[in-house]
Design a protein around this ligand. Structure first.
Ligand code: GLC
Length: 436
């Protein structure tokens, strides 16, 4: 799985790196028609499905509502939409409970890019029905979602970490470009915060995902990999206890309460995008979805995005994220469920998702579409070609446990402990989980 994920990174990059020659079409802001609706209505009309969809973060749940309403209107298949928890770690536990209880509560489920291995046994093989459709997606993600020869999920949207910054405030404080290094980010965030706090006590320099959950694993992977501090596990062995990782984690600790709100140690994606979107932060680390969300409020027209900072000669990086759609083996309406997945992961829906919710397309042709690129500047090669780093899926079915060891330990550092006292314990515990 780890190898496949590395490929996800390189293929997605190759896909968006190709210049588009298409002409701009009118933005597809409405969910597209279901192509085979008549046949589906005849076969499955009146039946019911439950879709465990996206959480209440940004416009994602609204996106799902619009799509599901369109699918139901066109096909007569009723779809109950249940949002999963906003917290990916809580979503993982919810699915683990659902599957181990053999529950048929959900027919179609959303799966984080790091889960296919853990849940493969509970997911229907989509290859017989969707092999042709799968060929249009980045093959690295298809490989990531293929476990023991079974295509256990279809790619739904991708993700990678980016830096959001306020263009108006950079100008106001005399900066001509966003920070290239973490040290520059620290200096700029402090200066802007000191100036802005005079009139807005809620203003902070930098917000990100510091809560003890999966998001912190993603953010910290970026901090470490962009500073020569490794990727938690390197060459099959835990590597997190190294001088550069210690220095970087202690730098982040020193920023909590100085250039970040004290509460950043409880922030997930939603708290970060609320602060930035309300105009209360100069810089934010988040995923592309927050781009569309931030266009809807007071910072509209006052921000831009770029790659995350780095240290020294290390590269800027972005953690690979993203979500898949799978069908539960406990579903009582498998065939109709597969049809919902076929629709939701089709090129026209990915285009809608990218324009409506700035979701990263997993279909290269959609990523090249001029109308998509026009409203998603993070698809520009200089951002989209950033080095992608993957979480240690070498942990296999123990990934969630390993990530928990990482984020709980790192959250203790952000809350005040010295990294040199915490990282050795994380390293030991990770080594115990790794395959020998
Ligand atoms: C985003 C990513 C996902 C990651 C999560 C962490 O949803 O797509 O891969 O696990 O954030 O919070």
């Amino acid at each position: 799985m780890a190898g496949a994920l590395a490929l996800v990174a390189s293929l997605a990059v190759a896909a968006v790196g190709t210049a588009s020659t298409e002409t701009a079409a009118a933005p597809a802001v409405k969910p597209p028609n279901v192509p085979n609706a008549k046949a589906l209505k005849a076969k499955y009309g009146g039946s019911s499905l439950t879709f465990l969809g996206d959480g209440p973060v940004g416009k994602s749940h609204t996106r799902d509502k619009l799509l599901v309403a369109k699918f139901s209107a066109d096909t007569g298949i009723k779809v109950k939409l249940v949002p999963h928890p906003a917290d990916s770690s809580a979503s993982y536990s919810q699915l683990a409970r659902t599957f181990s209880g053999k529950s048929s509560a959900f027919d179609v489920v959303m799966l984080d890019v790091v889960w296919p291995g853990a849940f493969a046994q509970y997911l229907v093989n989509l290859k017989p029905a969707l092999a042709r459709e799968a060929r249009a997606h980045s093959q690295g993600i298809i490989r990531n979602n293929t476990i023991g020869g079974k295509l256990v999920a279809m790619p739904w949207f991708g993700d990678f970490g980016i830096l959001y910054y306020r263009t108006d405030l950079l100008r106001k404080y005399g900066y001509s470009s966003p920070p290239k290094t973490w040290a520059q980010l620290g200096t700029m965030a402090k200066k802007i915060q000191d100036g802005e706090q005079a009139s807005n006590p809620n203003f902070y320099g930098f917000v990100y995902q510091g809560n003890a959950y999966e998001g912190l694993t993603c953010d910290a992977l970026e901090w470490l990999a962009s500073s020569g501090g490794g990727r938690f596990v390197d060459n099959g062995k835990a590597s997190i206890n190294n001088p550069r990782a210690i220095a970087m984690m202690n730098l982040q600790r020193s920023w909590v309460g100085t250039i970040t709100p004290r509460g950043v140690t409880t922030y997930q994606e939603g708290e970060a995008d609320s602060a930035f979107g309300a105009g209360n932060a100069a810089f934010m680390r988040n995923w592309p979805y927050a781009y569309a969300k931030s266009q809807t409020g007071p910072v509209k027209g006052k921000f831009d995005v770029t790659v995350l900072p780095r240290t020294g000669s290390n590269p800027s990086v972005g953690t690979v994220g993203g979500w898949q759609l799978g069908v539960s083996t406990f579903s009582k309406n498998r065939e109709a469920a597969i049809e919902l997945v076929r629709y939701l992961t089709s090129a026209p829906v990915e285009k809608f998702n990218a324009i409506y919710n700035s979701n990263v397309p997993t279909i290269p042709a959609v990523a090249r579409d001029a109308a998509v690129r026009k409203v998603n500047p993070w698809l520009k090669p200089e951002i989209a070609n950033v080095t992608r780093v993957t979480r240690p899926t070498i942990l296999g079915t123990r990934y969630a446990q390993g990530s928990q060891i990482i984020y709980q330990g790192l959250n203790q550092i952000l809350n005040g402990q010295d990294a040199k006292n915490v990282l050795p314990g994380i390293e030991q515990r990770l080594n115990r989980l790794l395959p020998r």
